[in-house]
Write a protein that binds this ligand. Structure first.
Ligand code: NAP
Ligand code: MG
Length: 402
C-alpha cells in the first residue's frame, strides 16, 4: 500500500518516562508505516534539557512557529526531587509554559468521548472544549497583608494623569490585592477561541462575572462581542453556530444540564478550575487532549493532557509490561495531522487522521481497552497491555483503503 505523502514537516517533540516509551511505539506502529512524512525531532527528555541549558525547548517552540504544526510527548517539570534524581543543574521551568509564551497561544482541553466508558455525569455525551485565558488576573496579582487601621488605595500613574480609588478604610487587620489584564491579550484569546470553534463548527460561550466587575469583566465581554461582530459573525451564521456571553453562575448550571458540544471560553482562574472539573467529570486522564493554538488559528501544538505516568515507568524499568493508555497520545498525533492536512489541503491525510480516531473509538467501544478504562467499566471488563492494544489498532488500519 503506498504511503500518504505529507509535503510539509511536523515538529515532533519527544519527552520523558512512560509517555516517551509509548510515543515511540505509536510512531512505529500507527504513524510511520502509513505516512511519508518528515518529522523534525526535538528531544526534550530532561537530561537533554539539562545538557542544552533548556535551549532545546526554545528551539522546539521556534520550529513550531516556523512550521505551524507540532506534536508533543509529556515531559517532566522538575521539582526538587527531580533535580536530585537527574542531578540537574537547575530546576527548569515547565516546557509547556516556555512553549506557550513563545507561541502566545491559548490552551484548549478536549475530552475524547467513548460511550462504553462511563462518565461521572452520565448525559455528557459530547465533548466540552475548555479554553483558558492563561494570562493575568490572580496569577499576576500583588497581595499585601494589612496589619492595622489604615487606607488601602489603588493607584494608576502615567506621565499625564493619576487615577486613585480608595479600596477600603481598614479599622483592623486584613488582606488586600490588585490585579490586571491587557486588552491585547484578551483580543488574542477571543480570536483563538473563535478560530478554534470555526474549525470544529461548535458554538462559543464566554463566562464572566460582569454584574460585579462592571469594568474589568465587562471589558472581556466587550472585546469578545466586538471581535465576534466584526470578524466572525457571518462565518458563524454560515456554519449555523453562535456566540453568547453568559454569567459564570448561569454557565456552570448550563454546563451540568447540557450534554456538551461547545467551546467554553474561561477567564484564567475559571479555566484552571474548570479544566480539572471537566477532566474528572468525563472520567479519565488517558482520554483528555490538549491543543495549544495561536490567535490566528494557523499554528498548533497538540498533546495528551496527562503527564509522564511515572508509576507505570517504574514497572517498565523493572521489565514488566504495562497497560498505559495510549489513546490521548494517539489523538495528539491525529489532531496534529488533521491541522497539517487542513493547512495544506491534503485530503488523504485528513481522512487518515479521522479514520485513526474512529478506529480508536470503535476499538474501545468493542471492549478492547487498557486497565485504567477497564476499571471504570466494571469488574468483568477485560483489559490489554499497551502493546496488545496498539497491535489491535494497527491491524484495523491495515484493513483500511488508504
Ligand atoms: P500523570 O503522569 O498524569 O499520572 C498520574 C496518574 O494518572 C498515574 O499515576 C496513573 O494512575 C494515571 N494516568 C495518567 N495518564 C495515564 C495513562 N495514559 N494511562 C493510564 N493511567 C494514566 O501525572 P503525575 O504523576 O502527577 O506526573 C508525572 C510527571 O509528569 C511529573 O514529572 C510531571 O511534571 C509531568 N507532567 C507533565 C505534563 C505535560 O508534559 N503536559 C502534564 C502533567 C504532568 P495509576 O498510577 O493509578 O495507574
Ligand atoms: Mg488546575
Amino acid at each position: 500500500m503506498p504511503k500518504i505523502l505529507v509535503k510539509k514537516p511536523v515538529v515532533d517533540i519527544n519527552g520523558d518516562e512512560m509517555a516517551r516509551v509509548i510515543w515511540a511505539k505509536i510512531k512505529k506502529e500507527l504513524i510511520l508505516p502509513f505516512l511519508d512524512i518528515s518529522l523534525l525531532d526535538f528531544d526534550l527528555k530532561i537530561s537533554n534539557r539539562d545538557i542544552t541549558n533548556d535551549d532545546i525547548t526554545v528551539q522546539a517552540a521556534n520550529a513550531i512557529k516556523k512550521n505551524n504544526i507540532g506534536v508533543k510527548c509529556a515531559t517532566i517539570t522538575p521539582d526538587d526531587n527531580r533535580v536530585n534524581e537527574y542531578n540537574l543543574k537547575k530546576k527548569y521551568p515547565s516546557p509547556n509554559g516556555t512553549i506557550r509564551k513563545i507561541l502566545n497561544g491559548t490552551i484548549f482541553r478536549e475530552p475524547i468521548i467513548v460511550k462504553r466508558i462511563p462518565r461521572i455525569v452520565d448525559h455528557w455525551n459530547k465533548s466540552v472544549v475548555i479554553a483558558r485565558h492563561a494570562f493575568g488576573d490572580i496569577y499576576q496579582a500583588k497581595e499585601i497583608e494589612v496589619k492595622k487601621k489604615g487606607t488601602l488605595i489603588l493607584n494608576y500613574k502615567s506621565a499625564k494623569e493619576t487615577v486613585s480609588e480608595v479600596i477600603h478604610e481598614f479599622d483592623s487587620s486584613g488582606v488586600g490585592l490588585a490585579y490586571f489584564n491587557l486588552d491585547n491579550s484578551i483580543r488574542d484569546f477571543a480570536n483563538a477561541c473563535f478560530n478554534f470553534a470555526i474549525n470544529k463548527k461548535i458554538p462559543v460561550f464566554l463566562s464572566t462575572k460582569n454584574t460585579i466587575l462592571q469594568k474589568y469583566d465587562e471589558r472581556f465581554k466587550e472585546i469578545f462581542e466586538d471581535i465576534y461582530n466584526k470578524k466572525f459573525k457571518k462565518k458563524f451564521q454560515k456554519n449555523n453556530i453562535e456566540y453568547q456571553h453568559r454569567l459564570i453562575d448561569d454557565m456552570v448550571a448550563c454546563f451540568m444540564k447540557w450534554s456538551g458540544g461547545y467551546l467554553w471560553a474561561c477567564k484564567n482562574y475559571d479555566g484552571d478550575v474548570m479544566s480539572d472539573l471537566v477532566a474528572q467529570g468525563y472520567g479519565s486522564l488517558g482520554l483528555m487532549t490538549s491543543i495549544l493554538q495561536t490567535p490566528d488559528g494557523k499554528t498548533v501544538e497538540t498533546e495528551a493532557a496527562h503527564g509522564t505516568v511515572t508509576s507505570h515507568f517504574r514497572q517498565h524499568e523493572n521489565g514488566k509490561e504495562t497497560s498505559t493508555n495510549p489513546i490521548a497520545s494517539i489523538f495528539a498525533w491525529t489532531k496534529a495531522l488533521w491541522f497539517r492536512s487542513n493547512l495544506d489541503k491534503n485530503n488523504r491525510l485528513k481522512k487518515f487522521s479521522e479514520n485513526l480516531e474512529k478506529i480508536c473509538i470503535e476499538t474501545l467501544e468493542s471492549g478492547y481497552m487498557t486497565k485504567d478504562l477497564a476499571l471504570m467499566v466494571g469488574p468483568n471488563q477485560k483489559w490489554l497491555t499497551t502493546d496488545q492494544l496498539l497491535k489491535v489498532l494497527q491491524s484495523k488500519i491495515l484493513k483500511l483503503n488508504l
